[in-house]
Ligand binder design. Structure first.
Ligand SMILES: Nc1ncnc2c1ncn2[C@@H]1O[C@H](COP(=O)(O)OP(=O)(O)O)[C@@H](O)[C@H]1O
Ligand SMILES: [Mg+2]
Length: 304
């Protein structure tokens, strides 16, 4: 009998457009391969849609807040149908850049030094208090955003202005800026999928560099690393994936500087359009788009 897959995409996060594209492309591929597919939004009708469609598996194609942070996963646990990618707790930890950095540090995974920013902090002392712990330039970012949305590289002259833009977020981190190369590594299940280097033409790998082909970010695969360093980055990505208890596919974002890998974050719902990085890595290592989707579906579950 044909398998029924319900794809949840869209949502209310700032990555809505990317999620819709992920949903559309995964649906197209599943349709081509004989599955019965339905796409839905994660709105108040979701549980009714699940109950009437009765999918074998739910493919979570959401990104960002309410889709990647444990919220939607709680609803999917309650309907007891296997869903793809990480479960409630792992999603919540991975989405929280501060919490996940604490876990990385405790387990000897290098990550840029950081402080938590408090909006009550006096602006007069801000620069001084940052300089007690970090060197400028620094990176300011919300702890729970994605796709480089509202990530700013700051020096002393523009940090206050940039922090103002982030005033609606509850928690912000200020991190030391790590120069050097941008390399990302993907894991599926307990398998090391591979890594890719991104060379943005822009100041950093920002939203435009990620999604606008005119921004001309270069994708380099295979990555130009010694065998030893390649093994190192893949082992770090697998270690982070296991430590946080992730399921299905994850993509860990690193900076590589002076022979050291700094883990910026682990993504539990990486982009899955046919032009996204994880499918590109998979394809390079001989796993085509439908095979990758099937691997993700096979790892779907509840109770984790
Ligand atoms: N500490 C840092 N040093 C250098 N570049 C950084 C740093 N933090 C973020 N960046 C840049 O911003 C991009 C997005 O940051 P990241 O922490 O991965 O958040 P997001 O969840 O938005 O992808 C990174 O891919 C990198 O180019
Ligand atoms: Mg990232």
């Amino acid at each position: 009998m044909k398998k029924k897959i319900l794809i949840i995409s869209g949502g209310i996060s700032k990555e809505r457009a990317v999620s819709l594209e992920t949903g559309k492309q995964v649906a197209k591929e599943l349709n081509k391969n004989g599955y019965i597919v339905k796409i839905t939004e994660p709105d108040f009708k979701l549980v009714d849609v699940i109950k009437s469609f009765k999918p074998n598996t739910i493919f979570n194609a959401l990104h960002g807040q309410f889709g990647e942070d444990g919220y939607i996963q709680t609803i999917l646990e309650s309907v007891k149908i296997p869903y793809t990618h990480s479960g409630v707790i792992s999603s919540a930890i991975a989405m929280d850049k501060e919490l996940s950095k604490k876990i990385f540090i405790k387990n000897n995974i290098l990550t840029p030094k950081y402080i938590l920013y408090s909006f009550n902090q006096s602006k007069l002392n801000l620069i001084n208090s940052i300089e007690k712990k970090l060197k400028f330039p620094v990176v300011v970012k919300p702890i729970n955003e994605g796709s480089s949305v509202n990530v700013f590289i700051c020096d002393k002259s523009n940090i206050i202005k940039n922090l103002k833009i982030l005033k609606d977020y509850k928690r912000i981190i200020i991190e030391e800026f790590i120069p050097g190369r941008e390399i990302q590594a993907a894991i599926i299940g307990v398998k090391k999928l591979g890594a890719i280097e991104l060379k943005p033409k822009r100041k950093f790998y920002d939203y435009e560099a990620k999604y606008n082909s005119k921004a001309k970010t270069k994708h380099i695969i295979p990555v130009d690393l010694s065998k030893n360093d390649y093994n190192k980055i893949m082992s770090l990505a697998l270690k982070a994936h296991k430590l946080i208890g992730c399921r299905g596919v994850t993509r860990s974002d690193f900076k590589y500087f002076r022979g050291k890998f700094y883990l910026l974050e682990i993504n539990t719902q990486p982009g899955m359009t046919s032009l996204s990085l994880v499918p590109e890595i998979a394809a390079h290592y001989g796993i085509n788009f439908i095979q990758l989707i099937k691997m993700i579906l096979n790892d779907a579950s509840t109770k984790k």
